[in-house]
Design a protein around this ligand. Structure first.
Ligand SMILES: [Zn+2]
Length: 414
């Protein structure tokens, strides 16, 4: 087999295109494959499809998948055509998206790598610039969003997440059954969630049975306005309640730590994470230290026990049983003399109906926590995002369940 035939097969180059030459540049570790469009083949305008005549050709290059360890470049004299209606246009090539410097297969490779590693790591590994890799990601998300047909989920989860600076937020809406992020909006106001609801008709909105969220006024307001019967659909999930209680435990710990340190005792320093574990999940190596702390740090221990007791509400699927547990817990919490705990206890009491809704609907934390964990991971790997749109697209890329590959490959891989 001749090298030109070999490459025609490897690259999937078909009539009216043919491989005319293969040049190996060993010193540069590069193979360049030349491709030509047969002069006699009919040509079409890329805009309207009309049969048109050749105007001239332009040399263009695309980075392709490597041949063994050799960086492989596809080079072609691409015809330009003159259409009576659209003027002079470059025809579309079958192996690349318009305007891309990569073949579709190479873009797919970059997309596959981006699922596993950060933009800068992929750029290093594939010898590309950060902007080139980022460009592939942004185009992939645009394609995916343009192709997707949004369906109204039965259960949705809404959450806010900060990006870069502390007080800049985006709102993330997920389909809790599909585990897919459907919507990312700027800010965490009423409008951020309102826009999502506006993308559905009234009949579609009526199909939403549960909206899991944090006890956050703006989301409650947006949901109450958009959904009929919202008061029985809004569900304050265990994940968020546990986070509020966890924060309260840490506030108590910090205050107690300050007092202990004044007496030269720093046993509570750097123990924040120990108090966040469910007792059954505490790492073996920390259990002795934790046992000691529980007996020593009186206020922090009490706060931690109150948090663990509150979690017992979720051990029942029965909202009435949960309400009884809550009432007993509340009277203890409110007399605890631990201000951060008292504050959360009041918040829970105000929002009890939504918590009981979550228990009755059997809203689990797995999806919400899972999505949250992935987003926190994205922030860590990216070491912050340069802009809100980039953060948004990274969430869509990793969690949007989108069909990301170039058109010529779409649906053939996933
Ligand atoms: Zn035309």
């Amino acid at each position: 087999m001749r090298d030109t035939d070999l490459y025609a097969q490897i690259l999937g180059v078909e009539q009216p295109w043919r491989v005319t030459g293969v040049e190996l540049r060993s010193s540069q570790g590069e193979v360049e494959v030349s491709v030509e469009h047969e002069g006699s083949a009919p040509l079409k305008c890329p805009m309207c499809g009309a049969s048109v005549t050749r105007y001239d050709t332009r040399l263009r290059r695309w980075r392709h998948l490597p041949t063994c360890q050799y960086r492989t470049i596809l080079a072609a004299q691409v015809p330009r055509v003159r259409c009576p209606e659209h003027g002079v246009k470059t025809i579309q090539v079958p192996w690349a998206e318009p305007g891309s410097g990569f073949t579709a297969l190479f873009e797919a490779l970059v997309i596959d790598w981006l699922r596993e590693a950060s933009t800068s790591a992929v750029a290093r590994q594939l010898d590309l610039s950060w902007d080139q890799v980022d460009g592939v990601m942004q185009r992939a998300v645009e394609r995916g969003l343009a192709r997707r047909q949004l369906e109204v989920p039965r259960r949705i989860g809404v959450d806010e997440t900060s990006f870069q600076k502390r007080h800049e937020y985006v709102t993330v809406v997920a389909d809790l059954e599909g585990g897919v992020v459907q919507h990312v909006a700027d800010g965490r106001g009423k409008e951020a969630l309102g826009i999502y609801y506006e993308s559905f008709s009234e009949e579609e909105l009526a199909q939403i049975e549960t909206v899991a969220m944090d006890m956050w006024r703006a989301y409650i307001a947006a949901t109450s306005e958009a959904l009929p019967g919202a008061e029985s659909k809004i569900a304050f999930d265990k994940f968020h309640v546990a986070m509020h209680l966890g924060t309260a435990v840490d506030r108590v710990r910090r205050e107690e730590n300050r007092i202990l340190r004044e007496r030269g005792d720093d046993s509570l320093t750097n123990t924040k994470h120990l108090w966040l574990y469910h007792p059954d999940h505490l790492p073996e190596k920390s259990s002795a230290q934790f046992d000691q702390l529980v007996h020593k740090a009186l206020k922090t221990s009490r706060a931690w026990m109150l948090k663990e007791l509150a979690m017992e509400m979720w051990e029942h699927r029965d909202p009435h049983a949960a309400e009884k547990i809550f009432n007993a817990w509340y009277s203890w919490a409110i007399r605890s003399r631990l201000d951060p705990i008292k504050k959360v206890a009041r918040m829970i009491k105000r929002n009890l109906q939504g918590i009981l809704n979550a228990i009755a609907a059997g809203v689990t934390n797995a999806r919400l926590e899972g999505i949250n964990t992935v987003i926190q991971g994205l922030k860590r790997t990216a070491r912050g995002f340069r802009s809100r749109p980039r953060f948004r697209n990274a969430i869509y890329f990793h969690l949007g369940g989108l069909d990301l590959y170039p058109d010529s490959l779409a649906h053939s891989k996933s």
